[in-house]
Design a protein around this ligand. Structure first.
Ligand SMILES: Cc1cc2nc3c(=O)[nH]c(=O)nc-3n(C[C@H](O)[C@H](O)[C@H](O)COP(=O)(O)OP(=O)(O)OC[C@H]3O[C@@H](n4cnc5c(N)ncnc54)[C@H](O)[C@@H]3O)c2cc1C
Length: 431
C-alpha cells in the first residue's frame, strides 16, 4: 500500500530526486532557519541560496510558472505531485521558488504590470531576490471585501492611500505590497475598489505590529502577519494594477492558483502526520500489545488514510480540470470544494496522530499542535471554509431544474406509477 500515482518515468525520476532532496536537505533546515523569507537573517542567507541554486540547476525552479515567465510549465497535475513533496518542509516553497503569496502576486504583475514594473518587481520576485505582500483584509472584516474602507483618492498624477489592513502576511520581509483600496465608492459594490503596487519604503506605510499565530509564534511582534496602517501614502498613477474599479477581478487572478497550491502542500503535512501516527502505533506497547493492535487505533489509522487519499484524489482531479480547461472561472467550484475539504482533513488526521502519541503528542516536542493550528490557517486564509462551501453549493444549485410537479422526481410512488403505466401490457399479461 503506497502513495504512488502514475507519472511518466522521466518526471518520476525528478519526483524521486525532490523527495530525497527535501528529506535530506530541507527538513533539517526548518530547525535552524527561523523565517525562510527573512533575508536579513545571516543563517538563512548562508543556507538557502545554495539549495535554490541546486533546484535551478535541476530545472525545477518556479514550477508553477509557464515558460513565458521562466518556469517549466508542467501544468497543475505534475505540480500537485511535486508540491505534495515540497510541502514537507516549511522552507520548501522558498527553496523551489513557488512560495505564497509571491506566486499569486507574480501572476497579478505578469497580467497587469507595465514593462517597467515587470522589470522592477516581477523579475526579482520570480528570481527569489525579493519578497512581497498581499494587503487586502481589513480589521473590521475579511470574508466580505465589500465592507473595506481603505481609500485611494486621486491627487494630480498620484493616488493617495489611507486606511488600515489586517493580516498582511510577510509585510516585514516584503519589498512591495499589493494593496486593495476604494477608488469609486459610487460604483456598484464589486466595482468600487482598485489594486495598487505600494513599495514598502513609501512614506506613510507603517507596520503597526507583527501579529503571531496562537500556538505557533512566541512573544508580541514576533509574528509574520502585519497589522498595517497607510497614512497619505502616495504612489504614481501607473501603480494601479488592472483597470480602475477592477480589484475583485485582479484578486481572482491570484486566488485560484494560490488556493489549489495550498491544498497540494497540505497533502504533505497530512501525510507526515499519518506516517508518524503509524510509526507510533507500530512502536508503542500498552497492556502487553502494540497500540496498533487496538481496533480503535486501527480505526484512526484507516480513517486517516481514507481521508488523506480522498482529499488527494480531489486535489489531483481539480488540477486535471485546471489543465484541461485552462480557465479558473470554470473550475472555481472545484477549487472551492478542495479548499473547503483541506482544513478538515489536516485537522482530523493531525488530531488523531496527536491522540495516538498521548501526552507526547500534545507537547511542544511533537509538531501536532502546530499542524492543528495550521489547519485553521488553511480554513481562513484565501477565504473561510463556509464561503467556499457556499460557492460550491450555489454553483450546484444553479444547474438544478426544479421538480415539475408537487412531488420530487425521486418520489417513489410517482415513479412506481409511471413504471406501471409503461409496462402495463406486460404486467397485465403476466400477473
Ligand atoms: C494565517 C493567515 C494568513 C493570512 N494572510 C493574509 C494576507 O496575506 N493578506 C490578506 O489580505 N489577508 C490574509 N489573511 C486574512 C484572511 O483572508 C481572512 O482571515 C479571511 O478572509 C476571513 O476574514 P476575517 O478573518 O476577517 O474573518 P471574518 O470575515 O470576520 O469571518 C469570521 C468567520 O465568520 C464566518 N463567515 C464569514 N463569512 C461567512 C459566510 N458568507 N457564510 C457563513 N459564515 C461566514 C466564518 O466562520 C469566518 O471564519 C490571512 C489569514 C490567516 C489566518
Amino acid at each position: 500500500m503506497g502513495y504512488e500515482f502514475e507519472a511518466d518515468a522521466e518526471y518520476q525520476a525528478e519526483l524521486d530526486w525532490v523527495d530525497n532532496f527535501v528529506r535530506e536537505k530541507l527538513e533539517p533546515l526548518d530547525f535552524v532557519v527561523k523565517h525562510p523569507y527573512d533575508r536579513s537573517d545571516p543563517i538563512r542567507e548562508r543556507l538557502i541560496p545554495p539549495l535554490q541554486a541546486e533546484v535551478r540547476a535541476r530545472g525545477l525552479w518556479a514550477c508553477h510558472l509557464g515558460p513565458n515567465l521562466g518556469g517549466p510549465g508542467y501544468g497543475q497535475v505534475k505540480l500537485a505531485l511535486l508540491n505534495e513533496i515540497i510541502g514537507r518542509a516549511k522552507c520548501g516553497p522558498v527553496v523551489f521558488g513557488c512560495q505564497a503569496p509571491d506566486s499569486g502576486n507574480g501572476e497579478i504583475l505578469a497580467h497587469y504590470g507595465t514593462p517597467e514594473q515587470k522589470e522592477k518587481y516581477l523579475k526579482p520576485l520570480l528570481n527569489g531576490e525579493i519578497y512581497s505582500c498581499f494587503s487586502m483584509t481589513e480589521p473590521q472584516g475579511g470574508a466580505d471585501p465589500k465592507i473595506f474602507t481603505t481609500t485611494a483618492v486621486r491627487d494630480g498624477d498620484q493616488w493617495v492611500i489611507n486606511g488600515e489592513k489586517w493580516f498582511s502576511s510577510h509585510a516585514r520581509f516584503a519589498s512591495f505590497l499589493i494593496v486593495m483600496a476604494v477608488t469609486d465608492p459610487d460604483n456598484p459594490p464589486y466595482q468600487q475598489q482598485s489594486m495598487f503596487i505600494v513599495p514598502i519604503e513609501t512614506p506613510g506605510v507603517q507596520i503597526v505590529r507583527n501579529v503571531g499565530l496562537g500556538g505557533q509564534d512566541k512573544g508580541p511582534n514576533e509574528g509574520t502577519h502585519a497589522y498595517m496602517r497607510y497614512t497619505d501614502v502616495r504612489v504614481p498613477l501607473d501603480h494601479m494594477l488592472g483597470d480602475r474599479g477592477q480589484a475583485f477581478v485582479v484578486a481572482q487572478t491570484r486566488l485560484g492558483g494560490g488556493r489549489i497550491h495550498h491544498c497540494m502542500r497540505a497533502i504533505a503535512h497530512t501525510r507526515k502526520a499519518l506516517d508518524m501516527m503509524i510509526e507510533r502505533a507500530a512502536s508503542r506497547y500498552t497492556q502487553g500489545e502494540r497500540l496498533g493492535n487496538k481496533q480503535m487505533v486501527q480505526q484512526m489509522i484507516a480513517d486517516s488514510w481514507i481521508d488523506l487519499e480522498t482529499f488527494r484524489l480531489l486535489v489531483l482531479r481539480t488540477a486535471w480540470r485546471i489543465d484541461k480547461y485552462n480557465d479558473y472561472k470554470r473550475v472555481r467550484a472545484d477549487i472551492s470544494a478542495v479548499k473547503a475539504m483541506m482544513p478538515r482533513v489536516l485537522h482530523d488526521v493531525s488530531a488523531r496522530a496527536l491522540q495516538v502519541h498521548g501526552s507526547l503528542g500534545l507537547s511542544t516536542e511533537m509538531p501536532f499542535m502546530w499542524m492543528i493550528a495550521e489547519s485553521f490557517h488553511m480554513g481562513l486564509a484565501d477565504g473561510p471554509t463556509e464561503v467556499h462551501k457556499a460557492t460550491l453549493a450555489r454553483q450546484l444549485l444553479s444547474r438544478a431544474t426544479p421538480a415539475p410537479g408537487l412531488f420530487p422526481t425521486g418520489h417513489l410512488p410517482t415513479r412506481e406509477a409511471a413504471a406501471r403505466e409503461r409496462f402495463a401490457e406486460i404486467l397485465e399479461d403476466l400477473l
